[in-house]
Design a protein around this ligand. Structure first.
Ligand code: DGL
Length: 265
């Protein structure tokens, strides 16, 4: 009989971006099996209503639970900030979310000025406003909606001139406001870090939440006695309900252990 500890970690995102979170989880917990759902057919979530985001999040969670996952990681800031309370009240299983790393940026900024790049859905959520209110009282915060970035990443246009132009446009007002920290509040955006590093002056630091989510996943698994104990090789499955070529491209360094399959859900 399979022990609950051997069951996979379930992870979902509106698309391919949450693989940036999967990579952190896999690095920290290399023995754990995982099932990743890329809801690319419905991406981007960033412009959907709260009700739509909740209904898509419920659908993804149901699929992962039917596949026997022991814990759910919502690898999407937009879904977390709009749906995590409801998911937690609905399911009797640990649910980890991802939120923009406002607190560490607010604690570390020397300039007392930080930038946040995220989706419209995240920036307009009540949870985001609550966090901003709590941690940035004496700090100026420049919030920018990364309009158009997710569709370009979903299309695999990671090095396209359009994408670089958008990054220049979105970081300009942040630089004018003398930010020294930029928070990446969308799990697709860590894939933009190489371009951002070229655009931004050296004193501007980029923060994302990937490592914190991986640590939290480990802590919660441990607390619930759900960490995998056997040393059998992990099974890492990735499902997309759209084209799988970009997902495969982002996972090319893991092709020996990751299976990428198209599936309707
Ligand atoms: N990757 C998602 C996030 O972290 C959502 C992007 C989108 O679908 O708009 O917010």
């Amino acid at each position: 009989m399979q022990m609950k500890q051997d069951s996979p970690i379930g992870i979902f995102d509106s698309g391919v971006g949450g693989t940036s979170i999967w990579k952190e989880i896999h690095q920290l917990l290399p023995l754990e099996s995982t099932i990743y759902l890329a809801d690319s057919k419905n991406a981007p979530y960033g412009y959907k209503s709260k009700e739509e985001i909740i209904s898509l999040s419920l659908k993804n969670t149901d699929v992962l639970l039917q596949m026997g996952c022991k814990i759910i990681v919502v690898a999407c800031n937009t879904a977390t900030t709009n749906a995590i309370d409801l998911l937690r009240s609905r399911y009797d299983i640990p649910i980890i979310g991802i939120e923009p790393a406002i607190k560490p940026a607010a604690l570390q900024t020397y300039a007392k000025s930080i930038g946040i790049l995220a989706t419209k859905g995240t920036l307009s959520s009540a949870l985001f406003h609550k966090t901003i209110g709590e941690f940035t009282k004496d700090i100026s915060v420049i919030e920018i909606v990364g309009e158009g970035l997710v569709p370009l990443i979903e299309a695999g246009k990671l090095d396209s001139p359009e994408l670089i132009e958008l990054l220049q446009k979105y970081t300009r007002p942040m630089l004018v406001a003398n930010v020294d920290y930029i928070v990446l509040g969308c799990s697709h955006y860590p894939y933009l870090i190489p371009h951002l590093q070229k655009i931004l002056p050296e004193n501007v630091k980029i923060i994302d939440s990937g490592k914190a989510v991986a640590k939290q996943t480990r802590n919660i698994l441990k607390k619930n006695k759900l960490l995998k104990e056997s040393s059998t090789a992990p099974v890492c499955q990735f499902y997309s309900n759209a084209e799988i070529s970009v997902l495969k491209m982002l996972l090319k360094d893991f092709s020996e252990k990751a299976t990428v399959v198209k599936k309707d859900f």
